[in-house]
Design a protein around this ligand. Structure first.
Ligand SMILES: Nc1ncnc2c1ncn2[C@@H]1O[C@H](COP(=O)(O)OP(=O)(O)O)[C@@H](O)[C@H]1O
Ligand SMILES: [Mg+2]
Length: 382
């Protein structure tokens, strides 16, 4: 019930927005993260320790009945030890563990949830490359673990290329995926409650730059058929996983309108930030509702919106000199909502904040977002 304490593993911006939603609903949040962090700044309590420290996990489990995560690579073992200590963990450790390994993830999506994925094969040793089907080339070699924002990946044209890339990646376990011709990249945030109630958000349309999400448009500019297929797949995946909490599924839309699942994140997602302004209930509020056993909220679109990530690059001018971005100018534009994560040092490629730009129509939101991007010198992927 509101008034009680909710536990959070991880202290980044996703945790900060979760803590803000929880505080608004009257909960106190205790964050487990080493050092001061975006989430600890807005949370009632902070356990300053690593995710695997036994004392810290014990302290956390004594302070709260329910724990959630905001960081994909929180060790699944830490979540199981919290569960053993009597905490509800939403998500559960097995779900996090599947999402931490691309091979387990693909196998689960295809074989258990029955959702199409890109043709792929495991590359666990250099010999595995000899036996690969030629039809997988040109492909993308990805490490099975710890890849994010395009890191731990290489485009490979043929087997020789794949051998070189596999060696360059230190012969870590990999998956080779066929490189598909993408018409669109979209994501669906899905939330499943403790009683199995499942809601999906309107589809998000994502544009990356240098492997990092740059822009999300909600609702995605895809056909009704694509949008309902993606949402139905996301709900199927959450059900097949018996998932508790917020989960994001990234999908590829192909030229023929088919929808292929790419990867999942067992937590709220960067592409869902605009749900704060654009939907009746945000992904962060759903996370609070799901872990407390409350009914989930409506995800209905309230307004179209465009989310623009603000990376540390916005703090550097053309001559590579540090400057403060023109917040006053950008806030003078209509429809602009500023979110900053309180990170002290701006570094290139570091996620410092985002803008959500709302408009009466997607076109208006995009026009306004373009103006905002120009003011802050953000990349314009449209
Ligand atoms: N099989 C594929 N075919 C075409 N493009 C791909 C494929 N896999 C990944 N990509 C591109 O690379 C990006 C990053 O890959 P992804 O698997 O999502 O890893 P990350 O964990 O880095 O987000 C995707 O958003 C997409 O643009
Ligand atoms: Mg991705």
């Amino acid at each position: 019930m509101p008034g009680s304490v909710l536990g959070l593993m991880g202290g980044g911006q996703l945790g900060r927005m979760f803590a803000q939603a929880a505080a608004r609903m009257g909960y106190e949040v205790v964050v487990l993260e080493k050092g001061q962090c975006p989430a600890s700044e807005v949370s009632a309590m902070h356990i300053d320790a690593g995710y695997t420290e036994a004392e810290a996990l014990k302290a956390l489990s004594s302070m709260t009945a329910a724990v959630t995560t905001e960081f994909e690579n929180v060790p699944a073992e830490s979540l199981s030890s919290l569960a053993q200590a009597g905490c509800l963990t939403a998500p559960a450790s097995y779900a996090v563990s599947i999402a931490q390994d691309r091979l387990d993830e693909k196998t689960f999506l295809e074989k258990v949830a029955g959702v199409p994925v890109a043709p792929h094969a495991a590359v666990l040793s250099i010999e595995d490359i000899d036996n690969l089907d030629e039809a997988l080339f040109p492909g993308i070699l990805k490490t099975t673990r710890l890849g994010y924002d395009g890191k731990g990946q290489a485009v490979v044209a043929n087997k020789d290329d794949a051998r070189r890339a596999f060696k360059a990646m230190g012969e870590k376990f990999c998956i080779l995926e066929k490189r598909l011709a993408l018409a669109n990249e979209v994501s669906v945030i899905v939330c499943r409650g403790l009683d199995g109630q499942t809601v999906t958000f309107p589809v998000c349309e994502n544009h990356h730059r240098n492997g990092i999400l740059a822009q999300t448009v909600i609702p995605a500019r895809v056909s009704e058929a694509v949008s309902s297929k993606a949402r139905a797949y996301a709900a199927d995946i959450a059900r097949a996983l018996q998932y508790q909490g917020v989960l994001c599924i990234e999908f590829f839309v192909l030229e023929d309108g088919s929808v292929v699942a790419n990867e999942m994140a067992p937590r709220p997602h960067n592409s869902g930030h605009a749900t704060i302004e654009a939907c009746e209930t945000s992904q962060f509020e759903e996370q609070v509702r799901a872990m407390t056993g409350m009914p989930l909220g409506e995800t209905t679109l309230v307004t179209p919106a465009v989310m623009l990530n603000i990376l540390g690059d916005a703090w550097f001018d053309e001559n590579d000199q540090k400057r403060e971005p023109a917040w006053d100018k950008v806030l003078s534009l209509p429809g602009v909502k500023l979110h900053l994560y309180g990170k002290k040092e701006a570094r290139r490629a570091r996620k410092m904040g985002h803008l959500t730009v709302i408009g009466k129509t997607v076109e208006e939101a995009l026009e306004r977002a373009k103006a905002a991007a120009r003011v802050l010198g953000l990349p314009q992927p449209w």
